[in-house]
Design a protein around this ligand. Structure first.
Ligand SMILES: *[C@@H]1O[C@H](CO)[C@@H](O)[C@H](O)[C@H]1NC(C)=O
Ligand SMILES: *[C@@H]1O[C@H](CO)[C@@H](O)[C@H](O)[C@H]1NC(C)=O
Ligand SMILES: *[C@@H]1O[C@H](CO)[C@@H](O)[C@H](O)[C@H]1NC(C)=O
Ligand SMILES: *[C@@H]1O[C@H](CO)[C@@H](O)[C@H](O)[C@H]1NC(C)=O
Ligand SMILES: *[C@@H]1O[C@H](CO)[C@@H](O)[C@H](O)[C@H]1NC(C)=O
Ligand SMILES: *[C@@H]1O[C@H](CO)[C@@H](O)[C@H](O)[C@H]1NC(C)=O
Length: 364
């Protein structure tokens, strides 16, 4: 409200002082704000629109000022010649030449002045079309081109969900997103699945450890290590992915360990674990949450191979393949940056790890 009041009272006073010098009268735009650039003349024309008032003015600036000062006035006609008192007849009008397109007529004794077309100096970026709002003498930007967001389509999307919300028609494919906004880390190329999860727009980040991979090390805890590198994200910019999780309402990453004679979280004495984005050794597995200490999905559901264990692999039997798998969903820990396994004592002891892509969706 303060701003509008400022626009109505203070700016007009300043404008009044300067308008003669500018040789232009400001016109009113949305919410009563004033814009400089002036009314544009159509010489020897008049607009046959509804008149609000008729005044007599000293010149076109005076007439224009009378229009700007009258809240309902958006354009005016002014006589070409002075009357016997040396004044010009000035008609204040309720509509302008863009609203009443057919009503601008040749007229030897009048000039018409309307504000510039609302899209004349528009700021709709990245090929978004400008849609004039003649009523408010302003404009809005039409649906953004795929990948761009904002009221003016001025910036790259921060996530696929944000892109989807600004351009509902977009299809799945590669997009450049910038989760930390302008500056900071370089934008990243991601895959957007625009149909998955009810079409909310899912950001999919690939990495170099998605294949089912053999883990083999020595007997000590975490002796096998596999670092995970996310495509298009440098290790110094893992913060881009942290920002992605922060602005998304949901994130998930599938994780699986298949074991043969090797244990995992081992009820508080872990031989295998995953490492969070903050380089923390994590004490829960897929299908469990941060509060489920040393548990896998089966431990949460209380249906592990050995009911006393937190994970199937922790049963530690040497003649059968077991597996623990599920989704990690704690946003503040994702993504996984390293996998560690151990307990490879005998020759046949081994494991296979599988890590899914990072997927985030929804906006906060
Ligand atoms: C010229 O414009 C004036 C002011 O709007 C109007 O009164 C007059 O009828 C117009 N003349 C013609 C010939 O259209
Ligand atoms: C999007 O995700 C769905 C569900 O996971 C999958 O079936 C579909 O193939 C994906 N679309 C593309 C283009 O990859
Ligand atoms: C998709 O929509 C269905 C039905 O509205 C809902 O039950 C389900 O939870 C939604 N899924 C997601 C991922 O939002
Ligand atoms: C994953 O496996 C596929 C198919 O065997 C192979 O083409 C690809 O290079 C592997 N990716 C990595 C990162 O090893
Ligand atoms: C086991 O491997 C780790 C790292 O891979 C190494 O630091 C450690 O010395 C090895 N221990 C034995 C007993 O070989
Ligand atoms: C992005 O992440 C960094 C590091 O976590 C944080 O300092 C920054 O505030 C985040 N920016 C946004 C826009 O969330």
């Amino acid at each position: 409200m303060k701003c509008v009041a400022f626009a109505f009272f203070v700016i007009p006073l300043l404008a009044r002082a300067f308008h003669t010098w500018l040789q232009e009268v400001p016109y009113r735009v949305e919410n009563g704000f004033l814009a400089f650039g002036g009314f544009h003349p159509s010489f020897y024309h008049s607009l046959t629109a509804t008149q609000i008032a008729i005044t007599f003015s000293e010149d076109k600036l005076d007439c224009g000022w009378a229009c700007t000062s009258e809240p309902k006035c958006v354009s005016f006609n002014i006589a070409v010649n002075q009357d016997s008192n040396g004044l010009f007849l000035c008609e204040l009008l309720e509509t302008n030449m863009f609203q009443d397109t057919g009503k601008l007529q040749n007229n030897v004794s009048f000039h018409h002045y309307s504000p510039p077309f609302p899209c004349a100096n528009h700021n709709c970026y990245h090929e978004s079309a400008c849609v004039p709002d003649l009523e408010a003498n302003s404009h809005r930007c039409k649906t953004c081109q795929a990948g761009f967001v904002g009221n003016k389509c001025e910036r790259k999307g921060k996530s696929c969900s944000e892109i989807k919300s600004f351009s509902p028609e977009v299809s799945s494919g590669s997009y450049v997103i910038d989760p930390d906004g302008e500056g900071g880390c370089e934008p990243i190329v991601v895959f957007c699945n625009m149909t998955e999860k009810n079409g909310t727009g899912v950001t999919v980040i690939s990495h170099d450890s998605e294949n089912r991979t053999l883990a083999k090390g020595n007997s000590s805890q975490g002796s096998y290590a596999r670092a995970v590198h996310y495509s298009g994200v440098s290790s110094s910019c893992i913060s881009q992915l942290a920002n992605l999780t922060a602005i998304s309402s949901h994130c998930e990453q599938f994780i699986k360990y298949e074991c043969y004679g090797t244990v995992l979280l081992y009820n508080g004495y872990p031989y295998g674990w995953w490492v969070s984005r903050d380089h923390e050794k994590m004490k829960y597995w897929g299908g469990a949450g941060p509060g489920d200490l040393y548990k896998c999905a089966c431990g949460v559901a209380q249906e592990c191979a050995n009911s006393r264990d937190g994970c199937n692999c922790d049963k530690y039997d040497h003649d059968v393949w077991r597996e623990d798998s599920g989704f990690l969903t704690e946003k503040s820990h994702l993504p996984v940056i390293e996998l560690r396994f151990g307990d490879f004592i005998y020759n046949h002891d081994e494991g296979f790890h599988t890590l899914g892509k990072l997927k985030c969706y929804g906006t906060i």
